[in-house]
Design a protein around this ligand. Structure first.
Ligand SMILES: [Zn+2]
Length: 146
């Protein structure tokens, strides 16, 4: 995979159309999953619980949110679908509990060590990245390290 693929500039009008599976590097995606303990920030479910992980924008791209890690949290696919276009505040209200307090804690974590780990996994365990996209309980060997 080439690392030279051009990315739209921050202010580019093309940026909004830059969607699909490749809007974020695989290693960044994995680093955010690791940062969040490989579990959905909203409901706590993990791969072992039979859900696929995804990234959820705290502020939707359509509302001006960026693809920066501070705007992204680990989210299971069911929660992602259920939340839809619901705002972060409204969604946290709906979920209740301490979720509203947990979000800033997660996004404030320094991503650098998780990036190092993600790149290491990408090199040594590429099958792991593929497994993250599947609903699978067979993925093992890497603990979240919370
Ligand atoms: Zn969830």
């Amino acid at each position: 995979m080439s690392m030279k693929r051009p990315r739209p500039a921050r202010s580019s009008p093309r940026r909004a159309a830059w969607q699909g599976a490749h809007w974020v590097r695989a290693s960044t995606r994995l680093a955010i999953y690791l940062r969040d303990g490989l579990a959905c920030l909203w409901c706590g479910r993990a791969l072992e619980d039979g859900v696929a992980l995804s990234l959820d924008h705290l502020v939707a791209v359509a509302e001006g949110g960026s693809h920066a890690p501070a705007n992204l949290v680990t989210c299971c696919q069911p929660c992602n679908l259920t939340r839809g276009a619901t705002s972060r505040d409204e969604w946290c209200r709906r979920l209740g509990g301490d979720v509203a307090e947990r979000v800033p804690v997660h996004i404030a974590r320094d991503l650098a060590p998780y990036r190092v780990r993600a790149l290491q996994i990408q090199r040594e365990r590429p099958e792991w990245l593929l497994a993250l996209r599947r609903r699978s309980s067979t993925v093992g060997g890497i603990r979240a390290g919370r």
